[in-house]
Design a protein around this ligand. Structure first.
Ligand SMILES: [Zn+2]
Length: 285
């Protein structure tokens, strides 16, 4: 019996949910029976990564051909140390995150130390194609968004794209100090560009999404930055923005996005515009 409960999200693509972060883990099966597959994301600890590895061996009879880390957050990355010896792929920016205080704090919160963390064996800037025994899979960086280094995994023959936390159906897309909120919509434009009408998008958290769901989330993310810009130009302080703004999501969920948008727009030089007195001309007598 496997550690996690795997279900088929599309032909030859299995998905399971790992706790405590309810993160989607995907396994792209190889092109022939018992061929090595590709594991996408690794769970929150080396122990969990090792149990995922055992699941893959049970399901396919062999170790995975490779592992993809969609981005440098704990629930996607920290299991990688449990997959030693398996080729792994991540965005080049993960190298910087090994030393990041936020990463160290996340490790400490899980009772782990920096020694428990490993970088992927291959760091990508743009894209890499992988042949899984005749099944072609693409690993692509479409641009910054949820983090600086989000990767997506495209499986053309099953119309599946595994998108990490660039989109989310369990709640609103999560933003933090390491997000690139202003660039995120353009990155999702790139994602929409690789999705056919009947594509199945596996988000980082929550059930499968459609192309239309991604377009909607792209519009919502763009609206957050647009609204924040309008508020800043009106002289509304960040502390008042939640109540003053018109947001695409419930106010209680949007605070991290507002914080990030205000920070990005401030560093881009967006300031309150002087409110000129408007003098109405009196016509006639
Ligand atoms: Zn994340």
């Amino acid at each position: 019996m496997t550690f996690l409960e795997w279900r088929e999200a599309a032909p030859g693509v299995l998905v399971a949910v790992a706790e405590p972060d309810s993160v989607n883990i995907a396994l792209v099966l190889g092109g022939t029976p018992q061929a090595p597959g590709l594991l996408v994301d690794t769970g929150s600890s080396p122990e969990q990564g090792a149990r995922l590895r055992a699941d893959v061996v049970e399901l396919t009879g062999t170790d995975p051909a490779g592992v993809v880390i969609t981005h440098g957050h704990r629930d996607h990355w920290f299991g990688l140390a449990g997959l030693a010896g398996v080729p792994s792929f991540g965005h080049a920016s993960l190298a910087n995150r090994l030393e990041d205080p936020a990463t160290a704090a996340d490790l400490a919160g899980l009772g782990l130390s920096p020694a428990d963390l490993v970088a992927p064996t291959t760091l990508l800037h743009l894209a890499r194609g992988i042949d899984l025994s005749g099944r072609r899979v693409e690993i692509v960086h479409l641009g910054p968004g949820h983090t600086e280094g989000d990767l997506v995994v495209v499986v053309p023959d099953s119309k599946v794209v595994i998108a990490g936390d660039l989109v989310e159906s369990a709640g609103v897309p999560q933003a933090g100090p390491d997000s690139a909120l202003g660039q995120w919509p353009a990155t999702l434009d790139g994602l929409v560009g690789v999705l056919g009408e009947d594509a199945v998008v596996i988000p980082g958290h929550g059930g499968p999404m459609s192309r239309t769901d991604v377009i909607t989330q792209r519009a919502e993310l763009a609206a957050v930055t647009g609204e924040a810009r309008a508020l800043i130009e009106r002289g509304i302080a960040e502390a008042d923005a939640g109540a003053a703004g018109n947001w695409p999501w419930p106010t209680e969920t949007v605070a991290p996005h507002i914080a990030r948008a205000y920070a990005e727009l401030a560093s881009a030089g967006v300031r309150a515009r002087p409110q000129l007195p408007i003098v109405l001309e009196r016509g006639g007598s």
